[in-house]
Every structure is written in structure tokens, then in C-alpha cells.
Design a protein around this ligand. Structure first.
Ligand code: MN
Length: 269
């Protein structure tokens, strides 16, 4: 703690240092990286680490956030396993999915999932794409993923399924590897919170990093529970009305698991 004797000189020192920085910033050309919000980047790194820790992503999968300083850009790591992402790995992309300055680093093949959804959905601020295992059966059987409990309420009347065979003629490698496929996926998502990709995985959207991590995690949990419930007997799902009410409630609770999951990770680089 500063004693009053030291507080004034330190304050003056800080003020002059700030002035020097301001002058330096005015003299140099604007740099893209300097506009990014360090708190947002830190949350994005935590999101990568939490999703890996919770088994939503493994070596694959990615999470992005719309740039709060420039809504026509988004932030996402370079191509790497989410568990290994640090603040230095975060790149900025435009809404066509092009990196602003990758500096030689590889970028995710499926970055068009993110670009296309941000283009189509101004309300979406963060996106998770994963291949989390319990969700896969619901993409390939015609059994709709629906909320079996209140924590899955954001699934509403059920998650839509993206059929890549309807988007292009002829066989594909199953990946969303260009903007045309991205647009088709965003169209199929519509106003939903989660979409399943047949034979591939799922994508969750949210109005914040906290909300989308919550949704990606509980999509996997709901899928596991729904499969178990269906094996036990006839399932009594949340009605769409119950889901809508419960979903509103969840939006006020996303911060609680987030703080727990962050604490389990500890300090990040
Ligand atoms: Mn994928």
C-alpha cells in the first residue's frame, strides 16, 4: 500500500509515463493488435482451456469471440489444440474468415463456420465448434437433441441438423472449408443456439464467451443424459414453453460455472 508520502510522487510518475505512451502512440502507425481488448483475449484463452478441461474439445475444435472493438472482426487462436492456446496465439480475422495478420501461423480450416455465423447473426458474440462425442449420435439417427433437463433449456424445441449433402453436389470431406458451406450452415442454424453437423460435430453460439462455453458444455451433458433416458424409458422432455422460461434463467447463471472452471485452470499465459 502507498503511504501518503509516496502516493503523490508515484501518481505524478504514472501521469508522465502515460503522457509518454500517448505521444508514442500518436507518432506510430495504428497496429491492429493494439486495438484488441486484453480482457477479452484472456477470456478467450480461458474458454479454450476450459473446453479442453471439460472434454468438449480435444485435439480439435475451436472457440472464437467477436471483437468488441470492431464488430466486423473476430478473434480466434491460430490452428492448434485448444488446451495449448496462450494469449500470444490469438489472431484477428475479418468476416470472410481471412486472418488480418497471421504472421506465418497456420489458421483453422473451418474458420468459415465462425465467419459465416458472425455475418448472419449480429446478436452472436461468441462461437464454439466441437466434435464432442455424446452429440454425434443425434446428428446421424434422426433422433432430435432436445432439453431433458433445465440446464439444456437453450436447446429449445430441439437442435437443427446441418446436412452437408444438401449444401453441395457430390461428396465432401465433411468440413466447413469455405464461405459457401459456412453460409449454408448459418442458414440452417437460423435463430437457434446450437446446430448439429451430421457425421461431424456441433456448433454453439452465444451472446458472450461465458454463455457459449456454458452452452457447449451442457449440450454435451444433455446429449449424454438424453441417450441414457431413452435407454431407460419414454422421455418426458421440457416443453418449448418450459425451455424458453428456463433458458432465460440460465442466462443469469452462466458466470457461476465460469468462475469455477477458471479457478480449476489457474493462471494462464
Ligand atoms: Mn469440425
Amino acid at each position: 500500500l502507498l503511504t501518503p508520502r509516496f502516493a503523490l510522487p508515484v501518481a505524478l510518475l504514472c501521469a508522465s509515463a502515460l503522457a509518454a505512451v500517448t505521444v508514442a502512440a500518436r507518432q506510430s502507425a495504428p497496429v491492429a493488435a493494439s486495438r484488441q481488448n486484453p480482457a477479452l483475449i484472456e477470456d478467450l484463452v480461458y474458454a479454450n482451456r476450459i473446453l479442453a478441461n471439460q472434454g468438449v474439445v480435444d485435439g480439435f475444435g475451436h472457440v472464437s469471440v467477436r471483437d468488441d472493438k470492431n464488430p466486423s472482426h473476430f478473434l480466434m487462436s491460430s490452428s492448434m489444440a485448444p488446451a495449448l492456446v496462450t494469449t500470444k496465439d490469438i489472431l484477428e480475422y475479418d468476416l470472410e474468415g481471412a486472418p488480418i495478420d497471421a504472421a506465418g501461423r497456420a489458421v483453422y480450416l473451418e474458420r468459415f463456420i465462425h465467419a459465416a455465423i458472425y455475418r448472419a447473426r449480429p446478436d452472436v458474440k461468441a462461437i464454439v465448434h466441437s466434435h464432442s462425442p455424446a452429440v454425434i449420435p443425434f446428428g446421424v439417427t434422426g433422433t432430435i437433441l432436445r432439453p431433458v433437463f433445465h440446464m439444456g433449456a437453450f436447446l429449445g424445441e430441439g437442435a437443427p441438423i446441418f446436412e452437408i449433402r444438401d449444401a453441395v453436389s457430390g461428396p465432401t470431406d465433411m468440413l466447413i472449408s469455405d464461405n459457401k458451406l459456412g453460409d449454408a450452415l448459418a442458414h440452417a442454424l437460423g435463430g437457434h443456439a446450437v446446430i448439429l453437423l451430421r457425421g461431424h460435430g456441433s456448433t454453439a453460439v452465444g451472446n458472450s464467451i461465458q454463455q457459449v462455453v456454458f452452452r457447449a458444455f451442457y449440450t454435451e451433458v444433455n446429449a449424454k443424459l438424453q441417450a441414457e433416458a431413452m435407454a431407460v424409458g419414454k422421455v418426458n422432455f421440457l416443453t418449448p414453453e418450459e425451455a424458453a422460461k428456463a433458458s432465460k434463467n440460465l442466462d443469469t447463471l452462466a458466470a457461476r460455472p465460469w468462475e469455477l472452471w477458471k479457478a480449476q485452470i489457474g493462471k494462464i499465459k
